[in-house]
Design a binder for this molecule. Structure first.
Ligand code: FA5
Ligand code: MG
Length: 451
């Protein structure tokens, strides 16, 4: 279970300690000043917010807002998002064959504390609200700590099936699997009585207990107002939805287990762990939504389940990415490894850690052999020549420029080659020798004319 919610889980046990910690106001102030947060106002996504005693978003975090890795081309977080959405869209369609679930992935991460907490029935003095664990912009607005912050709002807009993907922010340690910014996908599905029991011949079974009846009490298995039949159907549907997804992403042989857990906004609640490379990894939290959330969203006559999925962890598992920080890397050597990865699992790659040794860049330009457009020439042939000469010292070959001479009708190509060793610093002299050999061999084997 994630740290943030394990605190919710342990509830009162932590309240005492939490209060002692945050009572040290001077310490909080000193840290804030060190981080250099502007005194009077704070800017997030181009908007200015007044600072107050709750403000604890640092410039470092503020800079990460808007990076939107879940929207960035080729970022594994984006790839995994697309795979999940693709699975859900192809598996669940409506009467007319269109996707059942709506998907929202551009809801800004600045939310009110009402959305992040109160809309989910998290009480005003609940430890989950602690300044120690959350990024507050001020007393009223914060960077969302989970995508659940949007559940009530989308229900209110009339959506009965939806996914919400976004960046979420939590004050936490930074290590291989923890970063203060990560990405979640929320899944919500509401059912009417008729939809949930459509294959059930008993027309008397319903979603809700009669008020005041013996069964209208909360138990380990259900909320007071729900019937046990409805909750069990919902639990089956939720678990089936999630397990189908996991098997589609990780393969049919994937080992998984459900653990009971606690969230203030679901009951009963379940957490899913998946075994990957011999270790259990928590992937999501889920449960039957607290009925008050549906009531507040105007869907009092329905019942709902919800899940919240950690996209970064999914991507780490799927692509063998050893460190969550890599997703944020601006080094082209990270992102280029995922350029050919698409929705299809057959395009999967395993991440290759790269060295810190410096690159050496060289260009080569040549006229293509045939008259006209040089149709007989194939870029892959050129890459083979490059590889045959420079082997593992080649990191990347890119077509940089192509043009057709208006008078001679000949086509010219320019390639940009990145050379780098994984284990030593290469010299310009040694690369010049290789590069010249590549030029000579290209002329000889491919019939190009070096310019
Ligand atoms: C939640 O955030 C709940 N909102 C999930 C939920 C939604 C429950 C709907 C019920 C109904 P939790 O804190 O456990 O729960 O986070 C959910 C998932 O996010 C985790 O299972 C994990 O995959 C991922 N996650 C949590 N913390 C981190 C972190 N620091 N780094 C990377 N991934 C994380
Ligand atoms: Mg958890």
């Amino acid at each position: 279970m994630g740290k943030w919610l394990s605190r919710i889980h342990r509830g009162n046990l932590f309240v005492g300690r939490r209060l002692l910690c945050s009572a040290d106001g001077s310490q909080t102030k000193a840290r804030t000043d060190e981080d250099g947060v502007a005194a009077a106002a704070i800017q997030i996504l181009g908007k200015t917010y007044p600072r107050d005693a709750m403000t604890n978003v640092t410039p470092t975090i503020a800079e990460l807002v808007g990076r939107n890795l879940h929207l960035a081309p080729h970022n594994p977080v984006n790839i995994i998002k697309q795979r999940v959405v693709h699975h859900i869209h192809k598996t669940y369609t409506n009467r007319t064959g269109n996707a059942l679930y709506a998907h929202f992935d551009n809801v800004p991460p600045v939310v009110s504390t009402e959305q992040n907490f109160s809309s989910l029935l998290i009480s005003p003095n609940h430890p989950a609200r602690s300044k120690k664990d959350n990024y507050y912009i001020n007393n009223e607005v914060m960077l969302r700590a989970h995508t659940s912050a949007h559940q009530r709002d989308f229900i209110q807009m009339g959506f009965d099936h939806f996914l919400v993907t976004g960046d979420v922010y939590r004050r936490d340690e930074i290590d291989r699997s923890h970063y203060p910014v990560f990405h979640q996908m929320e899944g919500v599905r509401l059912f009417t009585r008729d939809k949930l029991f459509e294959n059930c011949s008993d027309k008397t079974v319903g979603l809700f207990e009669e008020e005041g009846s013996d069964m209208a009490t909360e138990s380990r298995d259900k909320q007071a107002m729900h019937t046990l039949e409805a909750v069990k159907m919902m639990e089956l549907n939720l678990k089936e939805t999630v397990v189908k997804l996991v098997k589609d992403l990780f393969g049919r042989e994937t080992e998984y287990r459900w653990n009971p857990c606690y969230f203030p906004f679901t009951h009963p609640s379940f957490e899913l762990e998946v075994k990957f490379k011999g270790e259990w990894m928590e992937m999501l939290g889920s449960g039957i939504m607290r009925q008050d959330i549906l009531v507040n969203g105007g869907a009092h006559d329905k019942i709902g389940w919800a899940f919240g999925l950690g996209l970064d962890r999914l991507a780490m598992l799927l692509f063998d990415i050893p460190d969550i920080r890599l997703f944020w890397s601006k080094d082209a050597r990270f992102i280029t490894q995922f350029e050919s990865v698409g929705i299809d699992p057959s395009t999967d790659v395993s991440f290759r850690p790269y060295s810190k040794y410096p690159p050496c860049y060289k260009d080569v330009s040549f006229w293509l052999p045939s008259q006209g457009d040089g149709e007989g020439f194939n870029g892959n042939d050129f890459c083979d020549v490059v590889r045959s000469v420079a082997g593992d010292l080649v990191e990347r070959v890119e077509e940089k420029d192509r043009f057709c001479h208006p008078q001679t009708d000949r086509t010219s190509l320019c390639y940009h080659i990145t050379y780098r060793s994984m284990d030593r610093t290469i010299t310009n002299r040694e690369i010049n020798t290789l590069h010249n050999t590549i030029k000579a061999l290209s002329a000889e084997k491919l019939g190009v004319e070096i310019r």
